[in-house]
Design a binder for this molecule. Structure first.
Ligand SMILES: C[S@@+](CC[C@H](N)C(=O)[O-])C[C@H]1O[C@@H](n2cnc3c(N)ncnc32)[C@H](O)[C@@H]1O
Length: 251
């Protein structure tokens, strides 16, 4: 009878750094997805939400890439411009990109397939959840977070990807000496990154002897998001933080 169906139980969702968007793909994205997803997308089991990652799945580089190599991760690959450029310049690393928005992943697949990159894999997941439940501690050499969603309104700042909790998680996944590379075109987010990251015990600003801002990484291409910031006259800020090992007890 209409109107009497039992409502589905609501799934509890933590505060996340993204919004659910349409998964509708245009014709070219659809073609990319169909032609390439089995080769480049890592299939993962989820919990209740499609962007979550079920715990207990082994992270096995040999199964994913057919080799063990230094691991570089990117959270929020968007259309894959940085991913394709950086992985293309560094065939010696295993590069894994996390993105929640399927049409963007499909565009990234097109770039990666055209470049014939064999060292890249992508996963359709919340990168934070993937770090928490899938990526082993101390296993990552570099993590990239370029132009994370700015979440401008003060009441939305809690959704910003860079916050004390994610910093603790990211630091725990980096191997000692490993690094977290960030870029943003929003001045207040850049300042927030400095406030969150500059005074931690597990990370050190690689450019603390200068003004704390990193020079632009030449491997990072100008993406659509960066260009939008440049066109609007905003300053692009790069940051690099290195994982410092915990001080051994008794010292
Ligand atoms: C502003 S775009 C920037 C994309 C890309 N990094 C660039 O510079 O062109 C931010 C992207 O991060 C993705 N994103 C946001 N939070 C995420 C998360 N927790 N895990 C994976 N992707 C995320 C969004 O879907 C979006 O595609």
């Amino acid at each position: 009878m209409p109107g009497t169906a039992t409502p589905l139980p609501r799934v509890h969702r933590d505060v996340v750094s993204f919004v659910r968007r349409s998964t509708r793909m245009n014709a070219s994205q659809q073609r990319n997805w169909e032609a390439h997803h089995t080769e480049w997308i890592v299939p993962l089991a989820h919990r209740a939400t499609t962007t979550s990652v079920a715990a207990g799945q082994p992270f096995d580089p040999d199964a994913i890439w057919g080799r063990t190599a230094p691991l570089w991760l990117e959270i929020g690959t968007g259309n894959g411009e940085a991913c394709a450029a950086i992985a293309g310049r560094h065939p010696e690393v295993n590069y894994l990109g996390f993105e929640v928005f399927k049409p963007a992943l499909a565009s990234a697949l097109g770039l990666i397939a055209r470049a014939g990159l064999t060292n890249v894999r992508l996963a359709e997941v919340d990168g934070i959840d993937a770090l928490r439940h899938w990526i082993p501690a101390g296993s990552v050499e570099r993590i990239f977070t370029f132009f994370p969603d700015p979440w401008h309104k003060a009441r939305h700042h809690k959704r910003r990807l860079v916050n004390p909790d994610t910093a603790t998680l990211v630091a725990s996944r980096l191997r000692p000496g490993g690094s977290w590379h960030l870029a943003t075109d929003w001045a207040d987010y850049a300042e927030q990154m400095r406030e969150v990251l500059d005074h931690r015990d597990d990370l050190v600003n690689a450019h603390r002897d200068g003004d704390g801002w990193a020079p632009r990484d030449p491997a990072r291409p100008v993406t659509r998001f960066e260009q939008r910031g440049l066109d609007a006259g905003r300053t692009i800020r790069d940051l690099v933080y290195r994982r410092v090992p915990p001080t051994p007890p008794g010292r």
